[in-house]
Design a binder for this molecule. Structure first.
Ligand code: ADP
Ligand code: MG
Length: 241
């Protein structure tokens, strides 16, 4: 039930505004897809929400409260983050990667093991991967491990940055089905994707970013039927073909 509010958020790198006056009000228990071409500021928006990056201007609120940068660990416990390109710790085993946050949160061993096993099976991963290190896994397996890690504490808010991009089409399809079960629940999900098919399938709200600006937002059908410009229309060209 974690609503998210971006209130006139801007962020520049080297005089270059990569997030430009973004205002969004996303109610809780909603799956929002953020779609935009590479470099449009999608990952930066998630990083601002996670507190990894601090905006130059504007306010960010999660569940009505402005981010308290002195309390990031507790804020992050309620927020699973699947980093673009997996971001697994190379020196930790798969099991250590997934369960680290639960260890830090002081979970009991049995509770931790049970959650771990159920996540592996949810994402179709074999338990024989547990003692291996990330480099020995395929990109698609690493991505699924990243999803397990993001979901370990069963957080109410999930930030997913192109989480399915390295999966083969068949695995992607089956994980979409698993995700739909989650989405039917209470979770608030921010899904960054290039893939409009995926956005239409999983999300009930669409935000289209271009050059750090929100060019259109709304219900997926409304955006599909009335794209404001060619940039937005192009994303649907592929989806409807
Ligand atoms: P997207 O996820 O939509 O591809 P990003 O948010 O990663 O876009 O990046 C938006 C722009 O900001 C890009 O031009 C990128 O090169 C730039 N950028 C992102 N992070 C940094 C950084 N840490 N330092 C300098 N430039 C950055
Ligand atoms: Mg990105």
């Amino acid at each position: 039930m974690s609503s998210i509010e971006f209130d006139h958020i801007s962020k520049s790198y080297n005089q270059n505004r990569v997030v430009d006056d973004v205002s969004l009000l996303l109610p809780g228990s909603q799956t929002t897809a953020i779609v935009g071409e590479s470099g449009s500021g999608k990952s930066t928006l998630l990083q601002i929400l996670n507190g990894l990056v601090v905006a130059d201007e504007g306010k960010v609120k999660i569940a009505g409260a402005e981010i308290d940068y002195d309390a990031l660990p507790s804020i992050r416990r309620n927020m699973g983050y699947a980093v673009q390109g997996t971001g697994l710790f190379p020196h930790l085993t798969i099991k250590e990667n997934v369960t680290l946050v639960a260890q830090l949160a002081g979970w009991q061993r049995t509770e931790l093991d049970e959650r771990y096993v159920s996540l592996l099976s949810f994402f179709g991963l074999d338990d024989e991967l547990s003692e291996r290190y990330p480099h020995s896994l395929s990109g698609g397996q690493q991505q699924r491990v990243g999803l397990c890690r993001a979901m370990m504490l069963d957080p109410p808010l999930l930030l997913l940055d192109e989480p399915f991009s390295a999966l083969d089409p068949i695995t992607r399809e089956s994980i979409h089905e698993e995700m739909l079960q989650l989405i039917d629940g209470e979770k608030s999900i921010l899904l960054v994707t290039h893939d409009m098919q995926e956005a239409l399938k999983l999300a009930n709200y669409l935000v289209i970013l271009k050059d750090g600006k929100v060019v259109q937002q709304g219900a997926p059908d409304d955006v599909a039927n009335q794209p404001v410009d060619d940039y937005v229309a192009r994303f649907f060209g592929g989806a409807n073909a």
